[in-house]
Design a binder for this molecule. Structure first.
Ligand code: ADP
Ligand code: MG
Length: 197
């Protein structure tokens, strides 16, 4: 099978397993994972944090996003730009008022101050479907975070928060795929880069 087909199959399988978890169980796992995220050195040091608003059965990011604001850090969220098939980044100061449902019902910033310079971001919470312990990442198939992370500042931290069922032995890696620096689950932490712990 070619890598694109392997990716498709793996996406289907992992999303199926993730969808099968109850809402309550997902919430309890998300809470444990968020606690670990908050303790990461790279996060504690970060002044500008790019997060995303979770949808479906993903790790729930609400508590994390709230923590960013409560700790006086700048919260940046992505908004799909269909025209250039990329993500635009916006500063968000209020989670209850600053968001609206965008493509696929994902909550996005309404607007506001756009962050054009990706190198300003210190910590990136990276979404995805499956991860390897080495930081290999399988996304939803749009390649959006591959295109974003390729411009990452070398000393910023890109960390995925995911349920342990999303960690697999091997993720198919193609030319444009970008690795994350860390993967945090309810039962494990995997780092490529010691600095972020
Ligand atoms: N930096 C990039 N420049 C151009 N195309 C890219 C880039 N990164 C990813 N892509 C393309 O986006 C598409 C989806 O990538 P894929 O890795 O399958 O998705 P995902 O990362 O969301 O799982 C692929 O055709 C891939 O080549
Ligand atoms: Mg990819």
């Amino acid at each position: 099978m070619d890598p694109a087909s392997v990716k498709r199959e793996l996406r289907k399988s992992i999303i199926g397993k993730r969808d099968a978890l109850s809402v309550e169980f997902r919430a309890s796992l998300s809470s444990v994972i968020t606690g670990k995220m908050k303790g990461l050195d790279a996060y504690r040091r970060a002044e500008i944090v790019l997060a995303y608003m979770s949808f479906g059965s993903e790790f729930g990011t609400d508590e994390f996003a709230k923590d960013v604001l409560e700790n006086g850090k700048a919260l940046v969220l992505p908004k799909l730009n269909g025209e250039r098939s990329g993500l635009d980044l916006y500063l968000v100061t209020d989670l209850s008022d600053g968001l609206e449902a965008g493509a696929w019902g994902i909550r996005e910033p309404r607007g506001g101050a756009r962050i054009e310079d990706f190198s300003l971001i210190d910590f990136i919470l990276v979404p995805g479907v499956a991860f390897s312990r080495e930081g290999g990442r399988l996304g939803y198939g749009g390649g959006f975070y591959d295109r974003l992370l390729v411009n990452k500042r070398i000393d910023s931290a890109a960390v995925a928060a995911a349920y342990s069922l999303q960690v697999v032995e091997k993720v198919p890696i193609e030319e444009n795929d970008v690795f994350v620096d860390g993967v945090i689950t309810e039962s494990g932490e995997y780092f490529r880069n010691r600095e972020i712990q």
